[in-house]
Design a protein around this ligand. Structure first.
Ligand SMILES: NC(=O)c1ccc[n+]([C@@H]2O[C@H](COP(=O)([O-])OP(=O)(O)OC[C@H]3O[C@@H](n4cnc5c(N)ncnc54)[C@H](OP(=O)(O)O)[C@@H]3O)[C@@H](O)[C@H]2O)c1
Length: 272
């Protein structure tokens, strides 16, 4: 570190521009607000513009600029338009957070039809791939950047009943490794965040079900599910110089979820 420079300075994002997909609510909104608090201006993308405008207002109250852009990141034309608007407004993109994701069905593999496969993989994997490709070109021109792919613990350990989603999230972990290897030469770092169950609209089928929630809480070392704000710290770390020697890896943020070990232990040492 240079004399007079503090480790805290390495987490600062002043003068940086971040693009966050799914920035209107849940984990994406929390990440966007965290990046803005660390100093970044933020381009927010999702399909519903009024929701984005509300988050943009929160960011402007923190003294940062925000550009809300309505974009369905399944579609290449909308990806192109999104990146063009970001560059027209700010001239650069330093941080990309691929976050908008979906799971349209809880079903066994035999029940997954082509439409469900296309809906899940089309957003979770194809969308991440082509937005990374478009933003990667901008970053290569400007000398580098940081890409953060929000995956899931379900991409590491399969979630039965959400097999297609698990496959898509495992694909994101490999996408992260491939991009990191290809783009290290351009000073573009690519890392992932794998959350466990976090309280958002997306995961309400899990935490809104008492039995599933209690099983999830019991199998986490911290004994609870996560809040969206608890993902923001990992995002600021990966976006910033604090992680300057890290690429190709995925940080797990799941409250210490080791289901088989804890479930076994709870049978012989029940909670008081
Ligand atoms: N919550 C969890 O427990 C959990 C755990 C592990 C991983 N994750 C991952 O975290 C990410 C965010 O999930 P979340 O829980 O925050 O979900 P959420 O609260 O439902 O938010 C999803 C966001 O994505 C946007 N979006 C959905 N489809 C889109 C599309 N086609 N194009 C552009 N934007 C789109 C939504 O806005 P619009 O609907 O207006 O477009 C919204 O802003 C996902 O990748 C998810 O797989 C979540």
């Amino acid at each position: 570190m240079a004399p007079g420079e503090s480790i805290v300075d390495k987490f600062r994002l002043h003068g940086r521009v971040a693009l966050v997909t799914g920035g209107s609510r849940g984990i994406g909104r929390a990440i966007a607000l965290s990046l803005a608090e660390a100093g970044a201006d933020v381009v927010l993308a999702s399909r519903n513009l009024p929701d984005l405008e509300a988050v943009a207002h929160e960011i402007s109250q923190k003294g940062r600029k925000a550009l809300p852009v309505s974009a369905n990141v399944r579609h290449l034309a909308e990806i192109g338009n999104l990146v063009k608007k970001a560059v027209d407004e700010f001239g650069r993109i330093d941080v990309l957070v691929n976050n908008a994701g979906t799971n349209v069905v809880f079903a066994s593999i035999f029940s997954i039809d082509e439409a469900a496969w296309d809906a899940i993989l089309g957003l979770n994997l194809r969308g991440y791939f082509f937005l990374s490709q478009a933003v990667g070109k901008v970053m290569r021109e400007s000398g580098g950047g940081s890409i953060i792919n929000v995956t899931s613990v379900d991409g590491i350990r399969p979630r039965i009943g959400a097999g297609c989603y698990s496959i898509s999230k495992a694909g994101i972990i490999m996408l992260t490794q491939v991009l990191a290897q290809e783009w290290g030469q351009y000073n573009i770092r690519v890392n992932g965040i794998a959350p466990g169950v976090v309280r958002t609209r997306f995961s309400e089928a899990l935490w809104g079900n008492r039995v599933i929630r209690e099983r999830t809480e019991d199998s986490a070392a911290l004994g609870r599910i996560g809040e969206p704000e608890e993902i923001g710290g990992a995002a600021v770390f990966l976006a910033s110089e604090a992680s300057s020697y890290m690429t190709g890896h995925t940080i797990i943020v799941d409250g210490g979820h080791f289901s088989s070990v804890r479930t076994l232990l709870s049978t012989i040492a029940p909670k008081k």
